[in-house]
Design a protein around this ligand. Structure first.
Ligand SMILES: NC(=O)c1ccc[n+]([C@@H]2O[C@H](COP(=O)([O-])OP(=O)(O)OC[C@H]3O[C@@H](n4cnc5c(N)ncnc54)[C@H](O)[C@@H]3O)[C@@H](O)[C@H]2O)c1
Length: 335
């Protein structure tokens, strides 16, 4: 039986969600919803779905929805997720939200608590952990190939001249980085951060704290570091994640595309230049949304969702701890 799904917010990213659903044989895209009538109508025409202009109107119509993406944006790219997510969860509909889960931790906590209290699947598009290379690297950890985990170093930098607030870089970009770090090394215990305001390629001094070094201690004793920037990328390369343990090490490069394994006791390496499913940016949506659909289809319980609302909440807590650490010049523990 095909699952009937909708997309709320059909801007740039919501249109990618709609396109992925449209090409997934397990689902039927039945609804698109945007407060911008022109966008809703255009998406309805393009994807062959029914247009709605508010979540409430969509719910009142009685249309069957077995799941719904929320790809709104708002302040610091996360300020408008709360309202539609709460409305959908209250109606009992599983939600796949965009990142950041919210730019306000209290709102993120409320959404996660609501999904938990109603036992409704709630996922977030933390797409980097779903790439085939990231899945294989995680399997190596689970299989014990790295031995006892020691350290993780992550770098995520892109050229992004956009800035809407001092914390835009941290809150909008680094849900991805901290999620990948948590995916490999588990929950974070303590955070210490240093930042500066850089300069764009065009020579504009930044308003946002656009370069950051964030040191992390994980609950399992692993120590790690994030190098994050909105003033790098391009010719500097992309994402890089290096995890080392007592037996081996892996290096995940270029937005989780290239994967290399190094043995500690030998110079032999094992390299995968391309494992599929991630050569172009929208391909990461296909892997992530495909996994969400598979979990809905398999009736996966709310507390077994991969890339869950709780995962997204935990990374926002790391981000807020980094901000507090930098502001107070101290190490901050995550509650
Ligand atoms: N996962 C990723 O790799 C990735 C990459 C880029 C952006 N994003 C995230 O995607 C989200 C969307 O970004 P975008 O660039 O597509 O934004 P956008 O502004 O192009 O689209 C957002 C749309 O939501 C609509 N909207 C706002 N409130 C609404 C409501 N209550 N009900 C219905 N529609 C509503 C707006 O009218 C707009 O059309 C952001 O949260 C961003 O951080 C994720």
């Amino acid at each position: 039986m095909t699952l009937k799904v909708g997309v709320v917010g059909v801007g740039n990213i919501g249109s990618i969600h709609a396109d992925v659903y449209k090409n997934n044989a397990k689902v039927e895209l039945v609804a698109v919803c945007d407060i911008n009538k022109e966008k809703a109508d255009a998406a309805a025409k393009k994807f062959g779905a029914r247009a709605f202009y508010s979540v409430q109107e969509m719910l009142d119509s009685g249309i069957q929805l077995d799941g719904c993406s929320v790809a709104t944006r708002g302040e610091e790219n996360g300020g408008e997720h709360y309202q539609p997510t709460i409305e959908l969860l209250n109606a009992g509909i599983p939600v796949l939200g965009e990142k950041p889960i919210s730019n306000v931790v209290e709102e993120a906590e409320e959404m996660v608590a609501l999904a938990q209290s109603k036992h409704i699947p709630y996922g977030v598009n933390l797409n980097h952990r779903f790439t085939p290379a990231a899945l294989r690297a995680r399997q190596w950890i689970d299989d014990g190939r790295l031995g006892k985990l020691h350290m993780i170093n992550m770098r995520m930098w892109i050229n992004n001249p956009v800035e809407t607030s001092p914390w835009f870089h941290l809150r909008a970009l680094h849900p991805h980085s901290f999620d990948v770090m948590r995916y490999f090394c588990g929950d974070v215990k303590s955070v210490a951060a240093f930042m500066n305001k850089g300069r764009t390629i065009a020579g504009q001094d930044r308003v946002t704290w656009s370069n950051a070094q964030v040191a992390l201690q994980f609950e399992n004793g692993v120590v790690g570091n994030l190098t994050g920037s909105y003033d790098a990328g391009g010719g500097f390369g992309l994402e890089f994640c290096d995890v080392s343990g007592s037996q081996g090490r892996f290096l995940l490069e270029e937005a989780c595309e290239k994967l290399t394994f190094y043995r500690r006791d030998s110079i032999e390496t094992e390299s995968y230049g391309y494992l599929g499913g991630m050569r172009a940016f929208p391909e990461t949506f296909k892997s992530r949304i495909g996994a969400w659909v598979d979990q809905l289809d398999a009736k996966t319980p709310w507390d077994k969702i991969n890339g869950s609302g709780r995962d997204a909440l935990q990374v926002q807590k790391i981000i807020e701890a980094a901000i507090r650490s930098f502001e107070t010049h101290s190490v901050v523990d995550i509650k």
